[in-house]
Design a binder for this molecule. Structure first.
Ligand SMILES: [Zn+2]
Length: 323
């Protein structure tokens, strides 16, 4: 079979098996539904023959022009409630991984900018209090431009005019901060990557279930919506700063990162959400059996990976778990 024939040949949405052999057996009538002889998926032949006709209104992969922007927000809203996403987006809708990657990147950047905006607002609040109260706090010596730069560049780089952090690698006047990521950030990122890595790697899951890798990639890409959890500490921090300035008439000068207990709570929320997401992807998205067993095992392993990485990043987290 030539390459271009293969590209248009009817294939199973789940396992990619070439179904032209089945189609060739049709002589007098064309059935509306069928079953994939490779993976057992129930098929609608219209959808198999013309996948390009299937469109989900408001889904970022299927919109064009300016509507892509509004659909990006709608897709994020669906993705935060996994059952909502997976009842709309099905395997039959041909994945557009480039569009998905762009969406994931935008969600990351968008979250980061909101994060930076919150920090900026609390720093502005702090600065104005310093001016009116005439008190000095650490960091107040830095100019507004440096603070703005730091808000946009953290958690990767931090501007350090006095070179206080000479223990960390430097790029000109900037200090590289990747090693300074809070424990909860390590835990949630490890959990986010662990789920698809295990689905792809474990023969008992993907190979036996005969699911095309592209569906796992899609589930991984949109599960990036869960990383919005990164906003929670800065939200708490912004509320705390505003509260202390407006109500207590002081200002909190602690570091904007949750303590060991807060880290554990955030990691637990992330694991719970990911288990919900992958459970829905497994059952509704890929229409596979035994979601509770498979996703339960994945959640336990991903949870352990997340806790170990958080424990390595911050030994206080480890002490809280095993005193
Ligand atoms: Zn199949």
């Amino acid at each position: 079979m030539r390459r271009e024939d293969r590209a248009t040949a009817p294939s199973c949405p789940r396992c990619g098996y070439d179904l032209s052999g089945q189609v060739a057996t049709w002589e007098t009538r064309c059935p509306l539904t069928g079953v994939c002889s490779e993976c057992g998926l129930d098929l609608s032949w219209t959808e198999v023959m013309h996948p390009e006709r299937l469109k989900v209104r408001g889904f970022v992969e299927h919109e064009h022009g300016w509507r892509v922007l509004s659909s990006a927000f709608r897709t994020l809203w669906w993705a935060l409630l996994p059952w909502r996403f997976w009842t709309r987006v099905r395997m039959e809708h041909p994945p557009r991984l480039g569009r998905m990657a762009l969406w994931s990147l935008s969600v990351f950047l968008g979250c980061h900018l909101v994060f930076a905006g919150m920090r900026l607002a609390s720093i502005e609040c702090m600065m104005s209090t310093i001016r009116t109260m005439g008190r000095m706090v650490p960091g107040a010596a830095m100019g507004r431009l440096e603070w703005y730069l730091n808000c946009v560049l953290t958690p990767l780089l931090w501007y350090e005019p006095s070179g206080l952090r000479s223990d960390l690698p430097q790029v000109g006047p900037f200090v590289i901060l990747v090693g300074e990521w809070p424990a909860f950030a390590w835990g949630t990122v490890v959990a986010w990557i662990a789920f698809p890595a295990m689905v792809m790697a474990l023969p008992v899951t993907r190979t036996r279930a005969k699911v095309r890798g592209v569906h796992v990639w899609r589930a991984f890409g949109y599960s990036g919506a869960g990383l919005i959890i990164f906003l929670l500490p800065s939200l708490v921090r912004a509320i705390d700063t505003t509260w202390s300035i407006c109500v207590d008439n002081t200002f909190a000068t602690g570091v904007a990162r949750p303590g060991p207990r807060g880290s554990l709570v955030l990691i637990a929320i992330m694991i719970g959400w990911l288990a919900w997401w992958w459970g829905q992807a497994w059952r509704r998205g890929m229409r596979l059996a035994r979601p509770v067993l498979h996703i339960g095992v994945l959640s336990i392993v991903a949870g352990m990976g997340a806790l170990v990485s958080a424990g390595i990043a911050d030994s206080d987290v480890l002490l809280l778990m095993w005193p």
